[in-house]
Design a protein around this ligand. Structure first.
Ligand SMILES: *Cc1c(COP(=O)(O)O)cnc(C)c1O
Length: 401
């Protein structure tokens, strides 16, 4: 998607605008499948929360992906996108038992991550299989909020609590069909993965009804020049060999599952915003765009770095800018970036906007959520309309005061 094409999309659909390139989603999907091609039975369950647009879901489903959901609404989105119920997994954390029951009744695969839910599940659904989300106590991840596999994390059941797990399962007669881990986003080091996997395999050997091993995600993608990327091919070779060996030890051909979100969709997305104002203060040259933390909050929430380009003047004389939003709060997208000289009306493009960008958007400051466009082999499709004032009023109840 070149600059001219992206600018033409903002002319056609308005700004701010999310644009996803399906070719990149397909490339990433194939890259991951190829990396694990030494394993006979491998399945990717796309982490739906990273980008929940129905068409993105449909596109991934057509590639052969399953869906991993963290809420019952995400399950319903997958069903609406045409996924088979057998290809949907549910991996909630801290949800009500009513929601777990609803998910079970929809027929999806259930992974539980606490002893209390496990016991309630066993009592409510005698003999129904369940998989266990285990906390392997491995520290990994790029930011405290996305490191979820360490000892003090709220996620998973500690692998040290295996006796308590077995006690609950024996009491309710619940068979375990899989073991799961998800140690957090942005894993740089394959050895952390391998170490955590060993802990998980140790748990799997405690049960004789295992059908799959789910290693979650955390695959890192580069957001800035020089970023270390998870070496997927190397990881695939190492994990694949260990997994195949384990299947032999276990005496059964198991399924290997991953739940990539960011890896599949991050790079596919561009976020396009129009420059409203240029403001020179004594120290800083601000570029104020028609967007803010309401549309793309990763920089403000995680100190995430997104590459920024002035696609209206990419070859202009370079100047240093802070790119900020219009929200009445400090919402800085990027600091001290060199961009081709920016003028009001220019289109600013932010890279890696496919994952955890639109899906985390809000209506703060009573702003509309942006439109979304999917580009498939050069053809653009509007896949979500920009909101209107009706959406802002929706669900508000005016009472006579
Ligand atoms: C968020 C999440 C993922 C996806 O993580 P990425 O870093 O986007 O690949 C996978 N599995 C579970 C259970 C998750 O909560």
């Amino acid at each position: 998607m070149n600059n001219q094409f992206l600018i033409s999309l903002t002319e056609k659909y308005g700004a701010p605008l999310y644009v996803y390139n399906a070719d990149i989603i397909e490339r990433q999907y194939n890259r991951m499948m190829n990396a694990f091609s030494s394993v006979k039975n491998v399945k990717l369950n796309y982490a739906v929360k990273s980008n929940t647009n129905l068409n993105v879901l449909k596109f991934l489903k057509n590639l052969g992906s399953g869906g991993d959901c963290v809420s019952v609404q995400e399950i319903k989105l997958c069903l609406a996108a045409g996924f088979n119920v057998a290809d949907i997994s549910y991996t909630p954390n801290g949800v009500s038992f009513e929601e777990i029951k609803e998910a079970k009744e929809l027929g999806v695969k259930i992974t539980l991550d606490n002893l209390s839910s496990l016991e309630k599940f066993g009592n409510a659904f005698p003999n129904a299989p369940v998989s266990l989300r285990i906390n392997p106590h491995i520290m990994a991840g790029g930011n405290a909020k996305i490191s979820v596999g360490h000892v003090d994390s709220k996620f998973g059941i500690s692998h040290t609590q295996i006796d308590a797990i077995k006690e609950v399962l024996t009491k309710t007669g619940t068979p375990v069909n899989g073991v799961h881990m998800h140690t957090g986003s942005d894993i740089k080091d394959p050895s952390a993965f391998v170490e955590a996997m060993e802990v998980l395999l140790g748990i799997a050997t405690q049960f004789d009804t295992i059908e799959f091993i789910d290693l979650g995600s955390g695959f890192k993608v580069p957001y800035q020049d020089g970023d270390i990327e998870t070496n997927l091919e190397e990881l695939g070779t190492i994990l694949g060999a260990r997994f195949n060996e384990f299947c032999t030890e276990y005496g059964k051909e198991l399924k290997l599952i991953f739940e990539p979100g960011k890896f599949l969709v991050s790079e596919s997305g561009k976020f396009l915003a129009k420059v409203n104002v240029i403001k020179q203060t004594p120290n800083i040259n601000f570029v104020g765009v028609d967007s803010g933390l309401n549309h793309l909050m990763r920089p403000m929430m995680y100190d995430a770095y997104h590459r920024v380009h002035n696609i209206s003047n990419p070859n202009g004389e370079k100047e240093t800018y802070n790119i900020v939003g219009y929200i009445c709060e400090t919402d800085t997208f990027a600091e001290t970036r060199e961009l081709g000289k920016v003028s009001e009306g220019d289109i600013i493009c932010m890279d890696n906007a496919g994952a955890y960008c639109f899906s985390m958007a809000s209506n703060y400051n009573s702003r509309f959520k942006p439109a979304e466009v999917l580009v498939v082999k050069g053809q653009d499709y509007l896949i979500r309309e920009r909101e209107t004032f009706e959406d802002i009023l929706k669900n508000q109840i005016e009472v006579d005061l």
